[in-house]
Design a protein around this ligand. Structure first.
Ligand code: ATP
Length: 430
């Protein structure tokens, strides 16, 4: 009998309050790495591991297994790196959770609302990870917090180019993150807020308003509060967008990761009752290159259409007549003030719906299907503030027959006929 070649297994014995960090090689051909908890207790970004269960991590994963009491784990396969670190800010993060939980308890007692927390910092400081940790800890003690995702470049909730909100009802899955069911998603259209800061601020306000309304009718959501993940752009208009977000959501706490100047600026510019806290970043957070970010964005769109891991979706491909849809871009190119029509300001141009005439250059663009009621001119007004009900990708345009072919998660017909174009493209290699 020829023995079946198994994966190399490496055992790690972790002392209490230490973490095992490992990275899986990137690239399609890379081998997955499996993780198994053998003894003790351990968690991955706030979600507890079950004993004797193998967790699989695909190419490019960057993972930390932290243990409060000590544990031993096995890694199967060949991670690109794997090392144990004693130096982690987890105790500070746990204390932050404990402080937020105190605020929730007090909110419950006094019939007030729970903490609204904004997590800020430059790119690659672990903002998304801290959000995930705080949300998972909160649900683990029975809370129902809301994740507000304002990172249009690397959204954890929907496809890139969107902002969204998601009610968290169970801890993140160790392998897959939070279960994304029924998120509230708005179309932004590009991967950086800078392309249309007015729209970005407007959508932040929309999310804040919807969240506040939900809190009025739902005590658990109100006490649970929210954790807001933001973009890594912390200068100029990016900074102003953070200040705007703090005021729109009336945040109580701002967690600044690893950026002293930003901390000081926010302390200076936000009202005194907002608690601004400076936290260190974890040494484990891995810097991601531009390419890596682009790949992650692509992967997110692919997942939307094709599913991931055990869940496979079968998207549909069909033709849509130009005459049956209305395609808009939000925001007209800015023009000098002196050329603006009387009574119009630059703000108006950034939020304006510009009709797009379908042409070849539409190919590969991601389009959001707006939930706004189909209708003529009158209905146009609400489109910017209407959530999105799904996404399609244009795979081919035939200007002769006035038809475009689209990739869609659902069979025809389109649920609505107002489409918003994104700067983002997706080439379907399947
Ligand atoms: P950006 O704003 O640029 O999108 P971010 O600040 O939100 O980034 P994260 O996405 O939280 O950063 O983290 C970057 C990467 O580092 C992720 O792949 C995450 O899994 C990994 N990571 C975070 N913390 C650790 C850790 N302690 N050990 C190992 N990897 C980690």
């Amino acid at each position: 009998d020829v023995p079946v070649p198994g994966k190399v297994s490496t055992r790690f014995d972790l002392e209490k309050e230490t973490e095992l960090r490992f990275e899986v090689e990137a690239g399609e051909a890379a081998e997955q790495v499996e993780l198994e908890l053998l003894t003790g207790m351990g968690e991955v970004f706030g979600s507890e591991l079950n004993r004797n269960k193998k967790y699989t991590f695909g190419p490019g994963s960057k993972i930390a297994v932290f243990t409060w009491q000590g544990c031993s784990v096995n890694l199967y396969g060949k991670p690109e790196v794997a090392y144990v670190s004693k130096d982690t800010p987890m105790l500070l993060y746990l204390n932050t959770h404990a402080a937020l939980e105190q605020m929730r308890k007090q909110a419950e007692r006094d019939n007030e609302r729970g903490p609204r927390v904004m997590v800020v910092g430059p790119t690659d400081v672990g903002k998304s990870t801290v959000c995930r940790l705080l949300l998972s800890y909160a649900v683990r003690v029975g809370r129902r917090p809301t994740l507000v995702e304002l990172d249009v470049g690397q959204s954890g909730v929907s496809v890139p180019g969107t902002v969204s909100a998601l009610c968290i009802e169970r801890p993140a899955d160790v392998e897959e993150g939070f279960s994304v069911q029924a998120p509230l998603v708005y179309h932004f259209g590009s991967t950086t807020p800078g392309t249309n800061i007015k729209l970005y601020n407007k959508l932040t306000s929309c999310l804040a308003e919807v969240f506040s309304q939900r809190c009025e009718g739902n005590r658990k959501a109100s006490v649970g509060g929210c954790i807001i993940n933001t973009c890594g752009w912390v200068k100029g208009s990016g900074y102003q967008a953070l200040v705007h977000c703090a005021s729109a959501f009336e945040v109580d706490v701002v967690l600044v990761l690893d950026h002293e100047r930003l901390y000081n600026e926010l302390k200076r510019d936000l009202p005194h009752f907002v608690r601004v806290v400076l936290l260190p970043k974890s040494g484990g957070v891995v810097e991601r290159s531009k390419e890596c970010r682009r790949d992650t964005r692509d992967e997110k769109i692919r997942e939307y259409f094709y599913g991931f891991r055990g869940l496979t979706f079968y998207p549909f491909s069909y033709e849509v007549r130009f005459a049956d849809v209305r395609i808009y871009k939000i925001g007209a190119p800015s023009i000098p003030d002196s050329c603006l029509p009387l009574g119009m300001s630059q703000d108006d141009t950034q939020l304006k719906l510009v009709p797009v005439t379908p042409g070849r250059d539409l190919t590969y663009h991601v389009l959001s299907v707006s939930s706004a009621e189909d209708g003529e001119e009158g209905a146009r007004k609400g489109i910017v503030e209407s959530p999105v009900c799904g996404f399609i990708v244009v795979t081919n345009v035939d200007t002769q027959t006035q038809v475009m072919k689209v990739l869609s998660p659902a069979p025809r017909p389109l649920p609505r006929h107002t489409l918003l174009i994104m700067d983002i493209r997706f080439m379907d290699m399947k």
